[in-house]
Every structure is written in C-alpha cells, then in structure tokens.
Design a binder for this molecule. Structure first.
Ligand SMILES: [Zn+2]
Length: 526
C-alpha cells in the first residue's frame, strides 16, 4: 500500500498588508520533512507514525510547509506547494492523509484547501482522502465534497494536533480494512466567531465541543468537529461550521451536524467579541494600576496582533494611552527599521527627534476614509540602549529558539519607553525587553502587540491585563464592522442584525434534546 502524506498550513488574514511568500513556509521535502515530523506532536507526525506501524506500507511525503498566520499567500507559493502534492498523486497511491489548516487564501484562490482536494480527487477518483484541520479553518462545500474523512482540532490553544491526526488516520485505516465506510456532511452557520471566543476551556465554545464529543459516542458517528473558522478572511465561507463523518449514513452525518449547528446558533452571542472604545479600556487599566499589587498592567493591542498578520507598527493604542495621561509605559516591540536607522548612532543623552510607526499602509478594508489613514508619529527623546536584538527564548512558547528582532533601540520619550526593532516580532518572551536592559516587571504598563501568545510569560509578572482594540481599526482589529468585506456571504452574524439561521428540515427530525447519548440539557445555556 502506498500512502501519500503532506502538510500545508496557513491561516490567512486577507486584510493584512503583508503577503505570505514561499520562504515564509520554510518548506521541507521528502526525507527532510520525514525526519522533522516523525516525532512531532502534529497531525502529520501522527500520520507518519500510523503508517510506519503498518507491516506493508510505503510512505510518500512530498512536502511539509507551515507559515505563521499572516497576509494573503502569493500565487507562486500556492502553486508550488500544491503541485508538490499533486505530482506525488500517481496511480499507485492507495490512500491520502493531509494535514491542512483550512483557512488558506492565495492571490488567485480563495479556497486553497478546497482547490487542492478537488484536484487530488480528479487525479485519484477512487482513493480515500482523510484530512486533519485546524479548528480555525473556514470549511467549504468543495472541501466536504472531495474529502472522505475530515477531523478538526477540539482544543484552542491547540494541544490535540497529534490526537486529531491519530483520529483521522485511524478512520482511514479502518476504511481501507473494510471496517467502516466514512461519509462526511457539514452545516455552515451565518456566524463569524472571534478568536478570543474560540478558546475551548470555557464559554460557548467549550459547550459546543462537549456536544461534539458526546455525539462522537453515538452509534455510527465517527468524527464531529466544531469549526470556529477564521473571520479575518474575506472569502465567501469564512466563519463557523460543523463537520461530521459518519459510517455510511449521510443522513445521520447531516442530522448530527444540524443538531450541533442549532446548539451553536442558540449560543451565537457567546462567540462574538464586543470591542469597547480604547479610552474605556485605558481607564480600566489605569484603575487596575492604582490598586495594590505587583507588576505592570498589560495592555494587549489586539488590533495589531503580530502573529495573525499585524504590521507591528500601528500607534493608535500608544497614542491613546499618552492622550489619557498614562505614564510608566513600556512598549514593545514596535517594528520600524527607518526609526532604528535614524536613532542607531545617537549619542548617549543626546535629545533626538524621530518619526515612529504607521509606516505600512493598513489594508484599504480597514481604512475606509482618508481621515483614518495614519501618519508616523513624531517623538522627542533619548536612546537609552542598543542591542542586536538577538536572544534565546526562555518562555514556554518556542523555548530554546534563537530569536532575532534585528537591530533594536530603547527610546525613552518620557512617559513611555519604546523598544523599536527592525523585524516584526510578537512578544511571547521577556527577552524582547531584557535584550535592551529593560526589566519587564518594572514599568506600570506594558503595551504588547499580542492577543494570546504573550499571556503565558507576561501574565505571571503582571497585576492583570486589559484588552485594547484601536477605535479606528487595525490589521487584526476585533471589530469586524471596520473591515469592508467584499466576498463574504451575507447576511452574517454579528455584522448583520437581520441574520437568520435556517438549517432546513434535517434538524427538525432530531431536536437537540431528543436523542439518547447526545447533548443533554445540562450543556445548553440556561
Ligand atoms: Zn488555530
């Protein structure tokens, strides 16, 4: 038996002005990919281990490629990565296992995963195809039509990548052995969820995933996934969906998908994040700083979240904080190579004036009027430290990795100290401040361009956090009304107040409370 395995992962923020090119994926091919992924806690790692445990299996791994979330993928990168998989899809392939994200958009294709699966199906019409997805994938009809098995993560933060791969591989091997006949159906919801509301530890998402797990214990149900989707993708199918793989029974798969979709719709507001005005957030931060306690208040600028396509150079939240009279602020990193170049040779204690930030024009979708177009801000201050910006990560994310932010300066403007770098860097390690000699526990406020990754390292040294969204938006704003979606299906909640969900007749056959072993009333909202 010949197994075709591959990994292509990208979560595309089409509103980010920063394109994602082939080198960003750091693709590995063949034996190099195999060596890297053999022991990895990824879906692909699980696929490899499942196939290698078989006595008579050959494994073909043309490519493993993953890039950090960011802007639209170039058509060159999309063509190259997909072609690697398609070239390996020869007539002697017995089965296909793909580790995909599900929310990849390229310049020339809004649904990269669906395109790849359709092309694979064209080349291998009779071969079973199993797919593992990130729960932030935007599922499409084309993906469901051309995959036999779809299993997505059930956790965010994602700690079950390998379990998801094991699940998909187990179903595929069962199908090859004639032990099951997987069929997949889905139900899409008119619902844009927010990343901060897709965490699976609590709230509406926790209850939805619990319903999915319960449904997986029903006879004939092989896999159930709640897809939170990724909303900063201007493509028709962005948002939430439920995907179900059942054993030969398409009606059952559809019923389960509809039932859980109805459950999600009932809790739709639990998936929505309501941004408050920046000034309100900053007032809460000031109040928190005034209370007894140790450490800084974290100001999380999630309108410019670096790891989901942020430019790392928007200045709105800092400007608002200074306007509100906050002081003792440390900001970092801000990416601005021009400012670094201008400050690099400044003498100690020399007062210098420099323009900082707002260099990269934010996508037109988030900048609806000329008035919102930003300009660099002019500051006067002193350079307190310089560094090559290189350090070893000691925090729990990417521990041990060498990180380089490029040349880095600590620029003191009085009420704030700015860590300005040559490269975009999400602050997921204390090293971003320590490399210029700044103790991150010392300031009153830490302004971080991070929504989630900063938390494991910065929360323990802080007295608390306040999420700050910029009033006029940014490349990763949480206020989706600020983006001019052109290709998204409408109406969709929460953008359109008149959004209705009509699942069709299938749901009416099996109400959510009815079946034994399915979601009980305890999992529904009171
Ligand atoms: Zn994800």
């Amino acid at each position: 038996m010949n197994f075709l395995l591959a990994r292509i992962n990208h979560e595309t923020n089409t509103f980010s002005p920063l394109p994602t090119a082939l080198p960003d994926f750091e693709p590995l091919y063949g034996d190099a990919a195999l060596a890297e992924q053999l022991h990895a806690r990824t879906a692909l790692g699980a696929f490899i281990r499942a196939v290698e445990a078989l006595p008579d299996a050959q494994l073909r791994l043309p490519v493993s490629a993953t890039a950090n979330p960011g802007g639209t993928v170039t058509s060159d990168a999309r063509r190259h990565l997909c072609q690697c998989v398609l070239d390996a899809a020869t007539d002697d392939v017995t089965a296909v296992l793909l580790d995909l994200h599900g929310a990849m958009v390229s310049d020339d294709e809004a649904d990269v995963e669906g395109w790849l699966l359709a092309e694979l199906r064209r080349k291998l019409p009779e071969v079973p195809i199993a797919v593992a997805l990130d729960l932030h994938g935007n599922v499409t009809q084309r993906m469901v039509d051309h995959a036999d098995i779809i299993v997505g993560f059930k956790t965010y933060p994602h700690v079950d990548m390998a379990e998801t791969g094991e699940h998909a591989a187990r179903l595929l091997l069962d199908a090859l052995a004639g032990r099951c006949n997987p069929v997949t159906r889905w139900r899409q919801l008119p619902l844009l969820s927010h990343t901060l509301r897709s965490a699976t530890a609590d709230g509406a998402m926790q209850r939805a995933v619990a319903a999915a797990r319960a449904a997986e214990r029903e006879p004939g149900v092989l896999a159930v996934t709640v897809m939170a989707g990724f909303s900063l993708a201007d493509m028709p199918d962005a948002g939430m969906s439920i995907v179900v793989t059942a054993d030969g029974d398409t009606a059952l798969a559809q019923r389960v998908a509809d039932r859980i979709a109805q459950h999600v719709w009932t809790e739709r507001d639990g998936f929505v994040y309501r941004s408050e005005p920046t000034a309100v957030s900053l007032a809460r931060a000031a109040a928190l700083a005034a209370q007894p306690g140790e450490g800084p208040v974290l100001l999380l600028d999630h309108s410019d979240n670096v790891m989901s396509g942020g430019t790392c150079d928007t200045m709105d939240v800092l400007q608002a904080a200074l306007h509100a009279g906050l002081s003792g602020i440390a900001v970092g990193p801000l990416c601005d190579p021009h400012a670094v170049a201008a400050l690099w040779d400044a003498k100690p204690d020399e007062r210098v004036s420099v323009e900082v930030g707002n260099r990269i024009p934010v996508d037109a979708g988030a900048e609806r009027t000329q008035a919102m177009r930003r300009q660099p801000l002019s500051y006067e201050g002193r350079v307190r430290a310089r560094s090559d910006g290189t350090f070893t990560v000691t925090g729990p994310i990417y521990t041990g990795q060498r990180l380089t932010m490029g040349r880095t300066v600590l620029f003191d403007i009085g009420p704030a100290q700015l860590v300005i770098t040559e490269r975009r860097t999400e602050p997921y390690d204390l090293g971003v401040f320590r490399c210029v000699g700044l103790d991150p526990a010392a300031p009153s406020f830490l302004l971080l361009k991070s929504r989630m990754y900063c938390r494991p390292v910065f929360l323990p040294i802080s007295r608390g956090l306040v999420e700050c969204d910029a009033d006029h938006g940014g490349p990763t704003s949480s206020n989706y009304a600020l983006f001019s979606f052109q290709r998204l299906r409408r109406p969709v909640w929460p953008l359109d107040a008149d959004t209705r969900y009509a699942p069709g007749n299938a749901f009416n056959e099996v109400p959510i409370d009815a079946p034994a072993g399915a979601t009980g009333k305890a999992e529904r909202p009171a």
